[in-house]
Ligand binder design. Structure first.
Ligand SMILES: C[S@@+](CC[C@H](N)C(=O)[O-])C[C@H]1O[C@@H](n2cnc3c(N)ncnc32)[C@H](O)[C@@H]1O
Length: 194
């Protein structure tokens, strides 16, 4: 198995609607628990248009609420079909090939750990460099996250990354870390173009 080729997990799962429904219900339940109360950590302004890349069923944007000027949820069509929002704009798109909606702040929560380094860099390049980017993901401690990392590798071709591994892919894609905090065992990493 070549790591970079094991990256179509979510597209494969969409072929079985029952399984896809179950997977996204479980992911949404985790997101609802983990992102409850996170909003103030994201340093958002009332004028911001916030785009959640691979935002699933919208738990993070719901948590942010109407404290920002607009919220845009981007995910695969079969996931967007599962939601029904009036105050959140929804966009069905493949984040690697379709146009990314315009925003001031882009969120990627638990996205990059699904992908190998070159796909991460490709995706990071697709985000406009005029925007702020907030990555919410784990920072691996090898002795603690080895099993989780193996699970990600086998399932999606992704992996958990150490701090220096995160910095390497951000730098390669033209982004640099400006601030970092911790939330629900995840790092919130604020990035700007370097
Ligand atoms: C691990 S889930 C993370 C969900 C949510 N952001 C969270 O914080 O829990 C990864 C999300 O990325 C979406 N996704 C995977 N590949 C995608 C693609 N090519 N285009 C758009 N969304 C994609 C999946 O449908 C899923 O909702």
């Amino acid at each position: 198995m070549h790591v970079e080729k094991r990256s179509e997990f979510f597209i494969e799962q969409s072929k079985d609607p029952k399984m896809a429904n179950l997977i996204h219900r479980v992911l949404d339940s985790y997101a609802n628990d983990d992102w409850r109360g996170i909003s103030s950590e994201l340093q958002l302004s009332p004028s911001d248009v916030v785009v959640d890349i691979g935002g699933g069923k919208g738990a993070l944007l719901e948590e942010i609420g109407d404290s920002v000027s607009a919220r845009v949820l981007v995910d695969l069509p079969e996931v967007i079909d599962l939601v029904n929002f009036t105050e959140i704009e929804t966009v069905s798109a493949d984040i690697f090939s379709d146009e990314i909606p315009t925003g001031d702040v882009y969120l990627m929560s638990r996205i990059l750990h699904d992908w190998g380094d070159s796909k991460c860099i490709e995706l990071l390049y697709r985000i406009p460099k005029t925007a702020r980017l907030i990555i919410i993901d784990r920072i691996a401690e090898p002795e603690k996250h080895g099993l989780l990392s193996l699970n990600m590798l086998l399932l999606t071709g992704g992996r958990e990354r150490t701090h220096s591994e995160w910095m390497a892919i951000f730098s390669e894609a033209g982004w640099s870390l400006t601030a970092q905090s911790t939330w629900a065992s995840h790092a919130i990493m604020h990035l700007e173009a370097c």
